[in-house]
Ligand binder design. Structure first.
Ligand code: SDX
Length: 427
């Protein structure tokens, strides 16, 4: 990072010279860390203007609608690669050659099973428990199987954590679904690809003749790729924050799952389908657009807008293309797709959305594809979490594998000045 300088002049304080670092791509950053020693903090609720770390994993250009993983564009990865290759690249920095890929795939397959006793955890949840809450609990349980003896300062231990999580998330995710429908768990099958195995654990069963269609498996794998990582989003930042205290990495990933669950984040894919259900018909679109624009109405157009993208989310473009391809190949006519496309068309021509640069994000079309693949709406965010685990753990590795300090933000205190305690009979 080459250094330029910035000078900060604050009334009542001496002028401060701060370093400015130049990135490979994107915005320059001002190093404000010396401010605390000078009695000053920066103030940036929501971290709109804050770079929390330096990272080599993913780059997003919100203005261009560009997304790179280790320098490779999401468009090329989605069309030419597969999720196992993307996992390898996110974890190791480069796309694998054939030999490296074969070895990596085997390492993942070898870790797909979960501890037998852990399966009992699922009995603690009602059938209608939200699968994200169940996944959260299962990950908390998994952390206890990998705690004593885990040395996060040992690179080999950290590699094992990454392989274990990428391997076990599909199994745990499928178990969440099987539990919700009261069916037996289906064991992982090493003969199948990552996506085929997940779909079989989801829809297969001891008496089932379920056969994964290549179209569905490829679409599932593409969805895994599109959700794999996205720089310092809320859930990834949570994983880094938890990791910075030296917390158990499985527990840190559970914290990421908790954050992703929110409808403003990964929960949006489920919320989009519910919104389309609520809109119901093209004739109601204007009413909902008006609600979305009304400051006094908490309703937001789910699947629209993004903190970083002020252009089309490149993942949404790939997802929309996938929608047409999957529905076409499966011969599915889903009125929700027409409704979504009409909604998009109207919103993209409405001044309110244009002025605020609100475009469809990854969640806008993903639900329609997932529904076409037979995935129940309640499992949409679980699949987002399954896919994103590799990104979370890649960022955890980048943090723990380099010198780091505990993340401890400060605040602008606006509470009461010091005051004397008052006995209760005098209050
Ligand atoms: C993901 O960070 C990531 O990278 C996340 C993610 C990833 O891969 O990890 O990309 C995944 O979380 C995608 C986003 C999914 N969420 C949704 O689709 C929920 C709907 N979107 C909004 O809640 C919102 O757009 C956010 C949360 C995504 C972004 O919120 P910001 O950056 O805080 O933006 P904002 O709320 O300050 O909005 C700016 C303006 C406001 O209006 P004004 O105050 O200027 O009048 O735009 C309006 C907002 O009211 N606005 C919307 C809107 N999104 C923003 N108005 C209506 N509908 C919307 N969807």
């Amino acid at each position: 990072m080459t250094e330029k300088k910035a000078t900060l002049k604050v009334d009542g304080h001496e002028a401060l010279e701060l370093s400015v670092y130049t990135p490979t791509l994107g915005q320059e950053v001002v190093d404000v860390s010396p401010l605390a020693a000078k009695g000053l903090f920066t103030f940036d609720p929501g971290f709109q203007s804050t770079a929390s770390c330096d990272s080599t994993i993913t780059y997003i250009d919100g203005g261009k609608g560009q997304l790179l993983h280790r320098g490779y564009s999401i468009e090329e990865l989605a069309s030419k690669s597969d999720y196992m290759e993307v996992c390898y690249a996110l974890l190791n920095g480069e796309l694998p050659n054939a030999e490296q890929k074969a070895e990596f795939v085997q390492e993942i397959k070898a870790r797909a099973e979960v501890p037998e006793q852990l399966k009992a955890v699922f009995n603690g949840f009602t059938r209608d428990a939200h699968p994200m809450g169940v996944l959260l609990g299962a990950l908390g349980a998994l952390s206890t199987y990998h705690h004593e003896g885990l040395d996060i300062n040992n690179a080999e231990h950290r590699k094992e954590v990454a392989l274990n999580l990428v391997a076990k998330l599909p199994t745990l995710s499928a178990m969440c679904y099987k539990h919700s429908i009261g069916e037996d768990f289906v064991a992982p099958n090493a003969e199948l690809s990552h996506a085929e195995n997940f779909l079989t654990m989801l829809f297969g069963g001891t008496n089932s003749e379920y056969q994964v269609s290549p179209v569905v498996a490829q679409a599932m794998d593409r969805i895994f790729i599109l959700h794999a990582d996205h720089e310092q989003n809320a859930s990834t930042s949570t994983v880094r924050m938890a990791g910075s205290s030296g917390a158990n990495p499985y527990a840190a990933i559970a914290a990421g799952v908790a954050t992703l669950w929110g409808p403003a984040h990964g929960g949006a894919n489920e919320a989009v389908l519910k919104m389309l259900d609520e809109i119901g018909d093209v004739s109601n679109i204007d009413k909902f657009i008006a609600k979305a624009k009304d400051r006094n109405d908490p309703f937001k157009l789910m699947g629209f807008g993004h903190r970083v993208y002020k252009n089309y989310d490149p993942r949404a473009s790939v997802m929309r293309e996938s929608c047409h391809q999957v529905l076409g190949e499966l011969g599915i006519q889903d009125p929700k797709l027409e409704l979504a496309m009409k909604l998009e068309e109207i919103a993209l021509n409405d001044e309110y959305f244009v002025e605020r640069k609100l475009f469809p994000n990854v969640d806008f079309y993903s639900g329609i594809v997932l529904k076409a693949l037979g995935i129940p709406v309640s499992m949409f965010t679980v699949i987002f979490a399954l896919s994103r685990t590799v990104g979370w753990i890649a960022h955890w590795e980048e943090l723990i594998g380099n010198p780091y300090r505990i993340a401890r933000p400060r605040q602008l205190y606006t509470g009461s000045d010091e005051r004397a305690f008052v006995e209760i009979d005098k209050r």
